[in-house]
Design a protein around this ligand. Sequence first.
Ligand code: ADP
Length: 397
Amino acid sequence: MSFPVIGVVGGGQLARMMAPPATALGLELRVLAEAEDVSAVPAVPEAPVGDYRSLEDLREFAQGVDVLTFDHEHVPTEHLLALMAEGVNVQPGPAALVHAQDKLKMRSAVERLGLPNPRWAAVHHVEDLVAFGDEIGWPIVLKTPRGGYDGKGVRVLGSSADAAASIDWFGTMTPLLAEEMVTFARELSVLIARTPSGASRAWPVVHTIQVDGVCDEVIAPAPGLDPAVAEAAQAAALAIATDLGVTGVMAAELFETPGRGQGFLVNELAMRPHNTGHWTQDGCVTSQFEQHLRAVLDLPLGSTRVLGDWAVMKNILGGANGDLYGSYPAALAAEDAAKVHTYGKSVRPGRKIGHVNLVGGPGSDPGDLRARASRVAAVIRDGADAPDNADAAKESA
Ligand code: ADP
């Protein structure tokens, strides 16, 4: 048997980070890139430029690959159905993927499976929205079911006046998703991988820290999490993946709600490697990127054992420093155990341009690891003269 070619639709950092494990396993990774200059292009031998919204472009790309998978969830369902009808091996398939594309479909599936959702409603008009808020109590959260990411497409509405002011969202997409504003202890994420044959593995449940709707830090495993809740969260993710026929990596983002639901409520699903799983690159026997490749090829899955007592991941968002490599001497000298990952992306304020992983052995402390990883990220973000706010980070840990 010859080594297979894996085609990834989308050339973002997730596709880029699939390249090292693909190389290690001798697989060819090929990327359908949005443009010549996207993140994954320098990391793979072939990256034709094409539009994921064009069936023609997808068809041409799929011709030379053994399995088609994704860097993002935005490929239209009808195109994927057409490709499958033509014999293309699409993993995950469109019937699963739609639950990561459409938050209303996701809420319905979670409900159907008897798993814990926030209170929610599909709202067609401002009047529906006001009625929902009046019923469950303000504030509420309004979401566009499709196309949102990093908190774009999420609005907190404090009153019926705010609801009336959201008229601009109705009409662009209807119905919208209204949710209760959940009071949670913290946000959690659980990642699993599943193969077309039905084999699966879960990584430990992690604590994710969001700033302005964007993932900022991850601590693995989630410190102090009730083992019964962790187990229930993994079981829920697996139940969802099995029911929906998910293949590859799936992330379920959760709200930790002690005493409510199963100790958590489901926030949303992603069907691809996920920012909350980047720590597995350096913190686990098998990273989420390697596991995704194994899973879509229906190969045996790798061990998800953690290599240490704790692992932390700190995102690097675009900041004052435009010369990332220029900051490397100071950043790498600051912490010789830190693993720095940058995505080859131009620096724009707030844009995800890289992350820092740090794994701690026996006796390590997650707060200390966070402070140290944050220091490295700050030097890369702001340059070597960045103020040392490691102590502040440690205090807030
Ligand atoms: P996105 O698809 O943009 O990631 P999410 O639905 O995950 O959007 O929401 C982004 C963030 O907004 C969440 O991580 C959480 O911090 C907050 N959030 C979303 N929904 C709710 C809710 N129902 N109650 C409270 N906070 C929420």
